[in-house]
Design a protein around this ligand. Structure first.
Ligand SMILES: [Zn+2]
Ligand SMILES: [Zn+2]
Length: 296
């Protein structure tokens, strides 16, 4: 059984339509795929329809932009009811923050002599829920300013580069609680991936585990073997579920093909078990409608 719990469609910064992503997952021989676009559930209906048709199990999820002590942390949320007001409000704030910073980012690039317009960016972001840095990067590629997204981030858009602007991110512990209340489960995406720093650290993860965090995405392309081993040991110690996934973005990110990392079926079963308990509480206590897995 092959399980990939982290992918992006063009509803955020991937390049496949949600339905095409589900078909590609089936063609790759995956048995389970999770759609986890940034801060939005907008791709769920199309993905669910195609999953039911093609016979692959779909986990409806999202990757929430959060922050913890000044560090950006990505939180994967699986199977929450996205209409639960505290969760919906956080997602709305994050998406608005991303769109709001676009004109300022374009102005910074204009100051550097690059003739980019907001319209150029919107033209490449298509049906995405918000226009973010990957879309600015794509527009710079289209203008011939850089060769690819990586160069755009390295030269202009990454933290500390001239066109970087901070934006709103949900406090991590609040986001974990909002996901649980909404009947879902949360897993920290590539916990020690991007920065190379071990933040959140072991103490933070213990605190988050008590606040309802369910798992850590250990097997991710951004983690070296030694990092994976340390995170796996920490997850065991804290009773957290260990996941593995591709972080697939279609052609938007090289080196992340579907199924490049997968989640152990036993760990997946533990995650679904925790989700079933959260969903039951959300239904009975709050009258919510968590989506559940689309079965093959
Ligand atoms: Zn991420
Ligand atoms: Zn991701």
């Amino acid at each position: 059984m092959r399980i990939d719990l982290h992918t992006h469609s063009r509803v955020s910064d991937g390049t496949d339509a949600p339905g095409d992503l589900v078909r590609a997952a089936k063609a790759q021989g995956l048995d389970v795929v999770a759609l986890t676009d940034h801060d939005t559930a907008a791709g769920w209906p199309e993905a669910a329809e195609v999953a039911a048709e093609t016979g692959i199990e779909l986990v409806r999820g999202m990757e929430i932009s959060t922050e913890h002590q000044g560090h950006s942390v990505h939180l994967l949320a699986y199977l929450p009811d996205p209409a639960h007001p505290p969760l919906a409000a956080e997602l709305e704030r994050v998406l608005a923050g991303r769109s709001d910073r676009l004109p300022q980012m374009v102005a910074r690039l204009n100051d550097l002599g690059i003739a980019l317009t907001v319209e150029d960016v919107v033209a490449v972001s298509g049906d995405a829920a918000a226009s973010g840095r990957p879309h600015v990067a794509d527009a710079l590629v289209r203008l011939g300013v850089v060769a690819d997204r990586t160069e755009a981030f390295d030269r202009y858009l990454a933290w500390g580069r001239p066109a970087y602007l901070s934006r709103y991110a949900a406090p991590l512990a609040d986001a974990v609680r909002a996901v649980t209340e909404a009947g879902g489960v949360s897993v920290i995406a590539h916990p020690w991936g991007r920065s190379g720093r071990e933040r959140p650290d072991a103490d933070d993860l213990a605190m988050l585990s008590r606040a309802g965090l369910s798992g850590l995405e250990v097997d991710h392309q951004d983690h070296a073997p030694r990092t994976r081993a340390r995170l796996r040991a920490l997850a065991r110690e804290l009773g957290l579920v260990v996941t593995g996934a591709s972080d697939y973005h279609g052609t938007g990110k090289v080196g992340h093909p579907l199924g490049v990392n997968t989640t152990d079926p036993e760990e997946y079963a533990r995650l679904l078990d925790r989700a079933a308990r959260a969903a039951e509480a959300a239904r009975t206590v709050r009258g919510l409608v968590p989506p559940g897995v689309v079965r093959a």
